[in-house]
Design a protein. Structure first.
Length: 122
């Protein structure tokens, strides 16, 4: 310590700085990832050019979506005899009318997947 201005001199006490660490595998992995991205991009554009030259086209998404909507409309608009029979129930709350409705209701076809499989061609 210098008595004139009360400043501490630490220049000789710092020691040697720690040795720098080796880079490790981080740089190598990063380089491999960059190379893979470049290669995949090149393959993508090369395949696009190849498809233009050969005239191969992929199916249009709108066409597939239209077909799915048509199939959905067919399913939703299909008549179901069991459901129609259930809709034809009486509105009376008399016990004998309710019992008659229960006897007339055929629940054997409800939950039958045989018709669904036949309609879908499964």
């Amino acid at each position: 310590m210098n008595e004139n201005n009360n400043v501490v001199d630490l220049s000789g006490q710092m020691g040697t700085p720690p040795a720098p660490q080796k880079d490790g595998a981080g740089a190598v992995v990063g380089a491999i990832i960059v190379i893979l991205v470049i290669v995949l991009g090149a393959l993508y554009f090369w395949g696009k050019e190849f498809n233009k030259q050969t005239g191969v086209t992929l199916p249009v998404t709108d066409t597939i979506q239209d077909e799915a909507q048509n199939a959905e409309a067919l399913i939703l608009n299909a008549t179901d005899t069991a459901t129609e029979a259930l809709k034809n129930q009486g509105t009376s709350d008399a016990a004998k009318d309710i019992e008659a409705d229960l006897k007339a209701t055929d629940l054997n076809s409800v939950g039958d997947t045989g018709n669904i499989k036949a309609e879908l061609g499964i």
